[in-house]
Ligand binder design. Structure first.
Ligand code: AMP
Length: 305
């Protein structure tokens, strides 16, 4: 299916200016945000509709970049005030982001308004954002075929009950290993996945950073490897890129069967492995479809035995 004729993916989440330091260098106020990383990744496969909020300080060049990827920005609200800002750093353990500051800014008063034309979107991804806002999005969509959610420790600490309510209403839950353990209060990821499925989702995907990802569905279990990268410059957005690649691929095939979920996990891993090769979204700007296909095939070789 071609990118433009496939079903739309609706993505709601943070649009940010990130300041990040890693052992490989640093960036100040670079383009970031969960919805941005996932929209760019999804846009390699399917048309994307982005809902979020920015302040008047958000650079026009970033909007032009998103538009150049055919991401529909009708749902991106522009408000008085400053854009959401996140700053953090990574040490040599690149799986662990250390948050220095979270300035919600315009997100503080944000209420997601899903434009009329977006409400019938078949694929809906609730990227990292306040879970109460994720619930408001679910109230506004009319005919989703697959709904997905992500979160982070920041919200699990402050809005746990609201997030569990989100879990009751979505089909697929993404979480990293530490968040799953934190939410379910168990060291066992298998037990955590089962517990999350009891709340509602039929599919749970646990991201393990540089150790790949695990897909749990009722009675099945698939372990995807990670790509053996020599250089990881900036892991920011790896999870969001993984999820965007996952949902974009699913939308492009319009197939939610378990074997296709497995392929989508590998496409998500493929995109994430590129994203971490450079800061912010720099690697994604240069990424080609041929590179994606080549690395996808390498993933198949890595996992074969
Ligand atoms: P990831 O590395 O995939 O977990 O996500 C990194 C992105 O999450 C960054 O670009 C941040 O702008 C964004 N982010 C950080 N904290 C929050 C938060 N509390 N709510 C929403 N997005 C956030």
């Amino acid at each position: 299916m071609s990118r433009s004729s496939s079903p739309h993916v609706l993505i709601v989440g943070s649009v940010a200016l990130d300041s990040v330091r890693t052992p490989a260098g640093a960036v100040e106020e670079a383009l970031g945000g969960a919805a941005v990383y996932s929209s760019i990744a999804a846009s390699f496969f399917a048309p994307v509709r982005l809902v979020g909020v920015i302040g008047r300080d958000f650079p026009a060049e970033h909007l032009n970049f998103l538009r150049s990827r055919s991401i529909d920005l009708q749902g991106l609200q522009v408000e008085e005030g400053e854009t959401f800002r996140w700053s953090g750093f990574y040490d040599f353990d690149i799986n662990q982001a250390h948050t220095l500051a979270t300035h919600l800014n315009v997100f503080e008063r944000f209420r997601p308004r899903i434009p009329e034309a977006y409400r019938s979107s078949r694929y809906v991804f609730l990227a990292n954002i306040d879970p109460e806002l994720q619930l408001e999005v679910l109230d506004q969509v009319t005919a989703p075929k697959l709904t997905l959610c992500d979160t982070m420790n920041f919200w699990l600490e402050s809005k746990r009950d609201a997030f569990i309510e989100v879990l009751r209403r979505v089909d697929v839950a993404f979480m990293n290993d530490a968040e799953a353990r934190q939410l379910c209060e168990t060291p066992s990821l298998v037990r955590a996945a089962r517990r999350i499925m009891e709340w509602g989702p039929t599919t749970v995907i646990i991201k393990k950073g540089e150790h790949g990802a695990v897909l749990f569905t009722e009675g099945t279990h698939f372990s995807a490897p990670s790509y053996p990268l020599v250089e990881v410059r900036d892991p920011t957005g790896a999870g969001d890129t993984f999820e965007g690649g996952f949902i974009g691929y699913i939308a492009s095939t319009d197939d939610v069967s378990e074997p296709n979920l497995r392929r989508a996990v590998v496409y998500g891993s493929t995109l994430a492995s590129f994203n971490v090769e450079d800061f912010s979204l720099e690697r994604m700007r240069r990424l080609t479809h041929d590179e994606i296909q080549e690395r996808y095939r390498e993933f198949q070789r890595i996992a074969f035995f």
